[in-house]
Ligand binder design. Structure first.
Ligand SMILES: NC(=O)n1nc(-c2ccco2)nc1N
Length: 323
């Protein structure tokens, strides 16, 4: 009815406005939690009224068009975004729907569990082991070319080593350690500049600099976690892929990654991470749960903007800092 259509329209406008603020200006006005809430309401309406899920609905797009100051790079394989769950019940729905609908197997699934870094997703293309180009995720299809800036990241090899493939698109998250973020904001205020709202905005702001010399002053970090194209020996599992990337010399968060079987073990690991996140030197906003077997990932496939084989289990918003 037209009340729902009006609500859907309002949600679309609010979400698209947020995407521009967030992706173009790195200056969001609403929190992730509020944004997720709007997006979930939009998805719920479109589930009920599929005719509303038109191509210009934010549910069919990821992020926003890249800003024009960088040259556009089209990703050979789209960079998908993760759906999320917020509690064990939703987690168990995710696991159950995989085991019964897509894999028609009641047996327990093996999952690879990774920390969910709250930074900026990037793609690095290595050809014959050399870093050819780097880009931001952008809207998932087309990103911004940031090769010069990416090269300033300490610990990121310009040349892979060992049994690297002829061509590989590496996906990773660029982020700031919390201490470096605080020092950067200290310098920002001393220079009379606006401090960054959070480490993610600082990483995005630092990486999407036209002048790579500015990026070079920023102690950015990166953890690699996935691939797009790969021409060469395919690892069998997600964890095997992470180990291969580490062998090639890429920074990977191996020691914080676990492979478990069954949803109960996933829930236990989530509770463990939630409990210990404050001991980490960087900000995380949840845990990423991926089917470990890469053949099963391909069997399960993708939705229009997200993998079916992965989900983000997000932390509850932090209690407002007590003054
Ligand atoms: N943000 C983050 O740490 N991510 N993001 C993924 C991801 C996004 C799409 C597929 O995998 N994985 C990890 N560890």
């Amino acid at each position: 009815d037209d009340q729902v259509v009006a609500r859907h329209k309002a949600l679309c406008q609010e979400i698209l406005r947020h995407n521009r603020l967030y992706h173009r200006l790195d200056a969001p006005e609403i929190s992730d939690a509020e944004y997720d809430q709007l997006f979930r309401e939009l998805l719920a309406i479109e589930e009920q009224y599929p005719q509303l899920a038109t191509p210009d609905s934010p549910s069919q797009q990821v992020g926003a068009e890249p800003v024009e100051k960088f040259s556009p790079i089209r990703h050979a394989q789209p960079m998908l975004s993760l759906r999320n769950v917020r509690n064990d019940a939703e987690l168990r729905d995710f696991d159950h729907s995989l085991r019964t609908t897509f894999l028609a197997r009641e047996s327990e699934l093996e999952y690879c569990l990774e920390l969910k870094l709250d930074g900026l997703a990037v793609e690095l293309t290595y050809r014959d082991g050399r870093l050819l180009q780097a880009s931001t995720r952008g809207d998932g299809i087309t990103g911004e070319e940031i090769s010069e800036n990416i090269r300033t990241i300490a610990g990121l090899p310009k040349q892979l080593q060992g049994d690297y493939p002829d061509l590989v698109d590496i996906r990773g998250e660029v982020f700031f350690d919390l201490d470096d973020f605080r020092r950067l904001n200290q310098r920002q205020s001393e220079a009379g500049l606006k401090p960054f709202a959070n480490p993610r905005n600082a990483a995005a702001g630092s990486l999407r600099q036209l002048d790579a010399a500015v990026t070079a002053e920023r102690p950015l970090r990166i953890f690699c976690y996935g691939i797009g194209r790969l021409e060469g020996a395919q690892p069998e599992t997600q964890f095997g892929l992470l180990e291969a990337m580490a062998r090639w010399g890429l920074p990977v968060n191996l020691e914080q990654t676990r492979v478990v079987r069954g949803v109960d073990a996933v829930a236990r690991r989530y509770a463990e991470i939630l409990d210990s996140r404050d001991n980490l030197p960087y900000e995380i906003d949840g845990m990423v749960i991926k089917i470990n077997d890469l053949a099963l990932q391909h069997e399960v496939g993708e939705l229009s903007r997200s993998p079916r084989w992965a989900i983000a289990y997000k932390f509850p918003p932090r209690q407002a800092e007590t003054v």
